[in-house]
Every structure is written in structure tokens, then in C-alpha cells.
Write a protein that binds this ligand. Structure first.
Ligand code: UD1
Length: 414
């Protein structure tokens, strides 16, 4: 991606559908069978990977712009091969759905990823509590539930998003009631539960710390619109903030962005959040933000940390980030230094000393949100910034170069 920076952005932008909602909902179609119509599915490679898995398992999927038609009536396989699993670490969310549907699942261990080790112990412990027998050997997870899955009381030691999703997928068709304590409260969990309830599931309390699921045995297909992507929205706000611009975000749910909005307000931005829109006006130079701690929702999202850090590289004063969710989530820092930023990392803390400007350079993205962060910084940098590793960006951002060009940026994919 080639970016000619130091230009202001202006105009309106419609935010794409949420990747992190679409992925578990695509997995959930395995449970429902019948015809599913999913609207607002972004055109991104992680969704392509999920579609690849559904097709391999025997489902039929077609796409018309952002609408997907999914039918899983003829699903015949319970295994997911290594090459499909490794394309996307979050493919582990297929485990609960496949196991529930076939009483069997065989898939390769997802292993680590760009963000460091990503264990799935919480997923496996919960499924075992529900009656699954899981053998792990040679990197393969072999799972059986000969008598079907059984509802039970589960308490997560950490509110893992993926584990909460897997438990919901396993519980909706289980025998009896599952009570999940310390569940993740992310909006994407609520979206998954809403989809499943439309299909006939009985899930109560999604979005709160305790979720109760009454197993129903059978679901049917439905139509559902994926919620807007709060991380793409946060990235666009970072892009406007770093360039001192005024933009209007449309098609969003502003409550999902509360923790992000309050940080931008602290940085001196004027934010008017209506239900479905945010009008955003950044000052010529941002103020530093003393303390940004990533936390499970409703705290500040780890996925928004990297783009916000780019914005604050040019703020007046010193900002401090504490990354509490993932171990290796500062890979963008080394590349931001090449653009002239002044950042020091010590463990899970990054201290950003604001500089008066950035200058374009060749930089390499190493993960999805890091890629978005480098583009954010490139928008502010004098001269040309060349960002390689764009395949990471394309995992989660639909036509990002067009979205930014429509706002007046000079961004070109070559
Ligand atoms: C999801 C999101 C990701 C986001 C993350 C945190 C999707 C597809 N991805 O990832 O974009 O950054 O939530 O908001 O929705 N953990 C364990 N054992 C487990 C599971 C998790 O130790 O069994 C740890 C992880 O290593 C990590 C933390 O818990 O440190 C959070 O992980 P989790 O909430 O599960 O994130 P994901 O579902 O993988």
C-alpha cells in the first residue's frame, strides 16, 4: 500500500459489518441447517476462510455483495484439515458447532499466531465438562460426545470471547441447561446469541456476565444482519485523529464504542455520538492520553490499541499503553519507529513520547491491527509510506484503500 501522507480527511463513511460477529455466526449455521440469509458480511479474507471450512464440511454458501446464503442441510464431514485451520486462528469456533452437530469433531490444534501463544484450554475444559471426550495427539484434537453434549455449570477463569462462543454453540442443542459464569460480554457475543435465538435457541443474558442456555435439540435457518464493526470504526477514528480531520461515521452502534470515544475526547477530539452515527472532529494536534489499558468489553479493546497508538505518536506529551489481553501485541512499534515515532516498550507497557511529525518510510505489517496502525500513521507522515504485508489487513478490512480514498486520502494498492 502506498500512502502519500500529511493530507486531511473529510466526508462520510459507512462502516462494514463486524468480522468477529460474522465468523462465529457462520460457524453457527452448522447447527441450524436450512436456509440462512446473512446480511452485512464484509468482503474480507477471514470470512473467505470460514466459507472454505463450511464448504469443506459439505455446506453450500453463495455470496451476493455483502449478503451470504448458507445452507448446511447436507453437511457430511466432521473433520477440518490443517491447511484450513491454519488460515485463521479463530477457526477453533467451529469446534463447538461441529461437535454438537455430529457428536464428533476432528481438527488440528490452532497453535500460536502473530499475537503470540493462543491457548484453547478454556474451550476444551468447558467442552469436557459438557461430556465431550477430547484426545490431543500429534497436533490433532479428536473429540467425541457419544451420548451427546450435556448442559452443566461452567465458570470461566477469564472471560474469553472464543470460549464463550464455543460454549454457546455447544449448549444450544445440548440436553438440559448450561449456566456460564464470567462469560465474555462483547457485542459480538450478543449478536451470536441473537442469531441463535432467531433460529429457535433459548439463550438468556448474553452481554452480561452470566448466560443461561436451555438446550432445545433442534434449530432452523433464519435471516440476520451482522452488527457494524466497532474495530474498523475505531480505526477510522484514529485515521481522522492523526490527520486532524473531521469525518462522519455512519451505520454504527455508538454504545459499542463508548470506551474508545472517551479516549478520543481525552485527546481533545469533539465527538457527537448519535445512535447510528458519530460526528468526529480532531484538533490540529492531539493531547497525549495518560493511561490506556486494554480490557475485556466494556473496557478499551485490544484490537483498537495499535491504530490508537499511531494516532498518539504525534500527540502533545506522553501517552502510556498497558496491553492486558495479548502477549505480543506491540509488533507495530518497531515499524512506527521507522516512521519517526518515539516509543519505548517494557513488557506489556508502551510509552509513547509525542513527536511533532512523522516521515514516510518502508514498513512491514506483521498482524491485522498492526497493518491498520501502519496505514493510520502513514496518513500523517510527510512523503510516501510503503506498507507491505497487506494480506494481514485484508483479513479484516474490506476495501480499506477505497474507503480512505473516498475520504480524500492518497492511498494506492500496488
Ligand atoms: C477474540 C477476537 C479478537 C480479540 C480478542 C480479545 C474473534 C474472531 N477474535 O479473540 O479479535 O482481540 O477476542 O477481545 O472474535 N485465553 C486462554 N485460554 C483460552 C482462551 C483464551 O488463555 O482457552 C487467553 C488468550 O491467550 C488471550 C485472552 O485469553 O490472552 C483473550 O482471548 P480470547 O478472548 O479468547 O480472544 P479470542 O476469542 O481468541
Amino acid at each position: 500500500m502506498l500512502i502519500e501522507g500529511a493530507r486531511k480527511l473529510s466526508g462520510e463513511v459507512e462502516v462494514q459489518g463486524a468480522k468477529n460477529s460474522a465468523l462465529p455466526i457462520l460457524a453457527a449455521t452448522i447447527l441450524s441447517g436450512g436456509e440462512n440469509v446473512l446480511c452485512n458480511c464484509a468482503n474480507i479474507s477471514d470470512i473467505d476462510a470460514a466459507v472454505g471450512i463450511l464448504r469443506y464440511l459439505g455446506g453450500s454458501v453463495s455470496r451476493h455483495h455483502t449478503t451470504m446464503l448458507v445452507n448446511t442441510d447436507s453437511l457430511c464431514r466432521f473433520d477440518i484439515p490443517h491447511d484450513l485451520m491454519r488460515e485463521m486462528r479463530s477457526s477453533i469456533v467451529f469446534l463447538g458447532a461441529v461437535l454438537s452437530r455430529h457428536k464428533r469433531a476432528r481438527l488440528s490444534f490452532p497453535g500460536g499466531c502473530e499475537l503470540g501463544p493462543r491457548p484453547i484450554d478454556l474451550h476444551l475444559k468447558a467442552l469436557r465438562q459438557m461430556g465431550a471426550v477430547i484426545n490431543e495427539h500429534h497436533g490433532i484434537l479428536d473429540c467425541y460426545a457419544p451420548k451427546g453434549l450435556m448442559g452443566t455449570k461452567i465458570s470461566l477463569s477469564f472471560p474469553s470471547v472464543g470460549a464463550t462462543e464455543n460454549i454457546l454453540l455447544a449448549a444450544v442443542n445440548a440436553k438440559g441447561t448450561t449456566t456460564l459464569t464470567n462469560a465474555a460480554r462483547e457485542p459480538e457475543i450478543v449478536d451470536l446469541a441473537e442469531y441463535l435465538n432467531k433460529c429457535g435457541a433459548k439463550i438468556y443474558g448474553a452481554g452480561e456476565g452470566i448466560i443461561v442456555v436451555d438446550g432445545v435439540g433442534k434449530l432452523h435457518g433464519t435471516q440476520h444482519t451482522i452488527i457494524p464493526d466497532r474495530i474498523v470504526a475505531s480505526t477510522l477514528l484514529s485515521c481522522a485523529a492523526v490527520t486532524g480531520s473531521e469525518i462522519l461515521l455512519k451505520g454504527i452502534i455508538s454504545q459499542h464504542l463508548s470506551s474508545v470515544i472517551s479516549i478520543f475526547e481525552e485527546a481533545g477530539c469533539k465527538v457527537k455520538a448519535d445512535k447510528g452515527e458519530i460526528s468526529f472532529c480532531a484538533p490540529e494536534r492531539l493531547n497525549a492520553v495518560k493511561n490506556i489499558r486494554t480490557m475485556p468489553y466494556p473496557g478499551f479493546p485490544t484490537d483498537a490499541q495499535a491504530p490508537l497508538m499511531s494516532a498518539l505518536t504525534v500527540a502533545r506529551g506522553t501517552s502510556c499503553f498497558v496491553e492486558n489481553i495479548f502477549e505480543s501485541r506491540f509488533k507495530h512499534v518497531g515499524e512506527l519507529l521507522r516512521l519517526g515515532a518515539n516509543i519505548k516498550v517494557e513488557g506489556k507497557v508502551a510509552v509513547v513520547e509525542g513527536v511533532s511529525g512523522l516521515s514516510g518510510a518502508l514498513v512491514e505489517a506483521q498482524d491485522l491491527r498492526g497493518a491498520a496502525a501502519l496505514i493510520t500513521a502513514g496518513l500523517a507522515a510527510e512523503g510516501t509510506t510503503e506498507v507491505t504485508g497487506i494480506k494481514y489487513l485484508e483479513r479484516g478490512y474490506d476495501s480499506f484503500e477505497t474507503v480512505l480514498s473516498d475520504l480524500g486520502a492518497s492511498v494506492r494498492k500496488v
